[in-house]
Design a binder for this molecule. Sequence first.
Ligand code: NAD
Length: 363
Amino acid sequence: MTYKVAVIKGDGIGPEVVDEALKVLEVIGEKYNHKFEYKFLLAGGCAMDEKGTPLPEETLEECKKSDAVLLGAVGGPKWDDPTAKQRPEQALLGLRGGLGLYCNLRPALLYAPLRAASPLKDEVIGDGIDFSVVRELTGGIYFGDRGRFEENNEQYAYDTEKYSVTEIRRIVKTAFDIAVKRNKILTSVDKANILESSRLWRAVVEEVAKDYPEVKVNHMYVDNAAMQIVRNPRQFDVIVTSNMFGDILSDEASMITGSIGMLPSASIGENNRGMYEPIHGSAPDIAGMGLANPLATILSAAMMLKFSFNLQEEAEAIEKAVLRVLEAGYRTGDIFSEGMKKVGTKEMGSLVIGELSSVKVPC
Ligand code: NAD
């Protein structure tokens, strides 16, 4: 089968880490008999330089024609003027909106060989951290009505949290579908003791839950959830929440795994079309030096196989290969500790490919 992938390497370390992910996909293609057809596209700072806009029309159109998008990172000091009309990050918002990507999925997974990198105590980590945050991405307060006005000689500003039942049902259903494939525990995070939008959110979760009797559902206020993520992260399997709460909690969740260079993410829309990218930025301080950790991007490619192409076995083969490389003691600078073997971007990619080559494909 042929899968069409739009590839946006972007800025900074983007091209370096994406190249390693593409090499891994080639090996998967050969081993499992799939063809990945790539369309290389510009977005971010490099697109501003070449085309005068962070998201050229052609990029969005080609992404719409593809089955999935694999993205490195965008941005960098060259385009960092906060007063500028155009910024590289506008490309990400344009892609999410233009492709209708309403669900952001971020796994918080602490690899056993990297447990020393977590800021949490050993007894809190216990036998490991492994949960996913499902964040609503195209609604809520970031898209609601906002403005400023004056009243009684005082300046005011307001932002509005607004969700429809349809928007909530769609993201909640996606979260249940993910929970079914994991440990079947769903925590819905809201602020229903105060916010009306949260009370509607909770009611919709209860309604959708009836279709998933095998999933254990609990509701948690967002302030408690922020505390529980560092106090007892092992209680979580899948967390589903609104755009703003998810923005904050998913960053907290990534921190407890210790390394930004290890974490993939997916933004998914209708018909499983998705955009897959590492959560890190363009890391201008190490760009072009061959030092970047490519594992977050390689694992993003694995998420693409799992969620957009339904290739579970292939995705797991990549995840296992990454784990074996870490178990063998290989580390890029960002995850290096005493006694380990330091490697660069390309070597890390080759090590993963080496492990993949030894995976046996069932006939
Ligand atoms: P960053 O994630 O780029 O870097 C933070 C720190 O982590 C740096 O020290 C960097 O060297 C290190 N780091 C990040 N990824 C790494 C990797 N794969 N391997 C090894 N080390 C890694 O965040 P920042 O410095 O705040 O932002 C730099 C630029 O990236 C900014 O222009 C920002 O706007 C942009 N950015 C883009 C995205 C995106 O494209 N999705 C996300 C965040 C930031």
